[in-house]
Design a protein around this ligand. Structure first.
Ligand SMILES: [Mg+2]
Length: 307
């Protein structure tokens, strides 16, 4: 069963098709001209449109063109119904994106089979698009923490950096590393260590803004890229992250774990030619935070521990 929109300027043609399609248990709507077709297509969102070629006002071809240039409607397959199979318009219609055509007077079972075939094709294209989306997501994510993986984080950060340079806007980066992570793994096992990384990532995801993004750069190390953010804003965010992680309890089976993170925050300077140089500075500041006793945020410029 499919949702079918019949478009024809002659009422009897609509009726004939309607009765046949109804017997095949399709859900049907009709339109008597091109403008009504666009309106009904948007509200009904059919699986397929049967479109008469010869119509007064907006012709079948003009209607087809409007359907195929509307991004909400362009994926709906259209079968053109024409009075003449020698019609040049058929070639034109197929070139414009019509899925198929039938000529009048048509044999209904043939039309019905073509309709089923067009709907099947549409469904498999949708499934393919869905599968591609899933693959894209898998290829861009760290499977443990659902943050971006190293490669995707650097792709996005590189693009943000280019925009930042072009429009002379600020950009900051926060590097976060779990303190004494090796001893967490050694003492409680990798399952608890993994759970700690999941909590850490989820706390960060909750605190960052929608324009920020986070990636796992490796092991227990994460980076947050904050476009349009000067150092003060990034430091405040970093401090909120540090505090939230310090106050959180990670539970796994009978283990209740509390741990802390060290953070370095760096911001764009006129000397930066790539995103990596900002990240390297954030990494050195993170190292200073570790050397200075851990569980602290060290920011570029002020270069002072906030805790
Ligand atoms: Mg007509």
């Amino acid at each position: 069963m499919a949702k079918v929109l019949i478009v024809d300027d002659i009422e009897d043609n609509i009726k004939l098709l309607w009765y046949n399609l109804e017997d095949d248990e399709h859900e049907i709507e009709s339109a008597s001209d091109g403008y009504q077709c666009l309106e009904k297509a948007l509200s009904f969102m059919p699986d397929i449109i049967l479109l008469d070629l010869m119509m007064p006002g907006l012709s079948g071809l003009e209607t087809l063109k409007l359907l195929k240039t509307n991004e909400k409607l362009d994926a709906i397959p259209v079968i053109m119904i024409s009075a003449n199979d020698g019609d040049e318009s058929i070639i034109h219609a197929l070139d414009l994106g019509a899925q198929d055509y039938v000529t009048k007077p048509f044999i209904y079972p043939v039309l019905a089979a073509r309709l089923r075939s067009a709907v099947r094709l549409k469904e498999s294209q949708e499934k393919l698009a869905e599968a591609n989306k899933t693959l894209e997501l898998l290829a861009s994510q760290d499977p443990l923490t659902d943050t971006y993986n190293h490669r995707h984080f650097f792709n996005l950060a590189g693009a943000e950096f280019a925009k930042t340079k072009r429009y002379e806007r600020p950009i900051s980066t926060i590097m976060i590393d779990a303190d004494h992570f090796k001893s967490i793994n050694d003492k409680y096992g990798h399952a608890v260590g993994d759970q700690a990384l999941i909590s850490m990532a989820s706390i960060c995801q909750d605190l960052i803004r929608t324009s920020d993004f986070i990636g796992r750069l490796g092991g227990e190390e994460f980076a947050v890229c904050c476009p349009d953010t000067a150092v003060e804003g990034a430091c405040k965010l970093a401090e909120r992250i540090r505090e939230a992680i310090e106050c959180s309890v990670t539970e796994h089976e009978d283990v209740r774990l509390q741990f802390t993170v060290s953070i370095g925050v760096a911001t764009l300077t006129p000397e930066d030619l790539t995103f990596n140089t900002i990240l390297d500075r954030a990494d050195s500041l993170l190292y200073e935070a570790k050397q200075g006793g851990r569980n602290q945020v060290i920011c570029h410029e002020r270069k002072s521990a906030l805790t």
